[in-house]
Design a protein. Sequence first.
Length: 261
Amino acid sequence: MNTILVSSHRRSGTHFLIDSLRKNIDSAEFPNHYSLPADFNIGSLFSKQEKVYTVFKKLIDSPTPVIIKSHLLPEECNIQTPRDKYEVLIKEIFDNSRKLYIYREGKPVLISLYKFLKPACSFSEFIREENDHIVKEIRTQQDFDANRVRYWSHHIRQWLQEASVKQVSFSDLLTRFPETMADVLNFLGFDLPPSLEKPGIPSNLFLHGIQKKLYSLGLGPLPENSSVRPNQVSKAPSTQYFTDLKDEAYYQTQKGELHID
């Protein structure tokens, strides 16, 4: 199994890291397939669909490096007692893949997630909502699911405890790309290319969407940017959010003692 598992909390730079790997590892693939409910996300196996299982089994047997995406907690993919072949495969992928985890400061993560999901509620209400990203086949709702800030913090804490995982800072990948990417490639065991290339953001999002659709149908190559809805990255959160002192205080309280760049 020549697989690289890229894990993250949603909107933490997942595709930025995936596309950086694609651009700097010869023949590396981030597969897409019309039979999958989304991109090549390990969580798709929890749909317990035979066609999804078949696609995964075929694609992970590729001799070239295959990149798999995940937004799961470690406990949701490192399943201690798998109950069926789908959960067995999820655990096999976790056990046998080279693993990366990209993390990002909470404010831009929550702002990006709010813009991505486009909920009907205000941003203040959104960050106080219960976490909705739970694999119910594996676990029940816990205290860390009480709100989105606490879940983001817990997500990072849990992955930081995984000794076999290379931790990648979104901030470092954005501002110190050559050094950070070289460190990632060394961890993965790949030779460094003559020059390290950073993937770009598409200038025409409409055309990008068409290219993504054609690729999913097997009618064209995957664009340089594999994101479902790419966005210009920035270290600084949008100024119209966290302007309420109550939101700022709530964020600081709920994230706890977690300190990251």
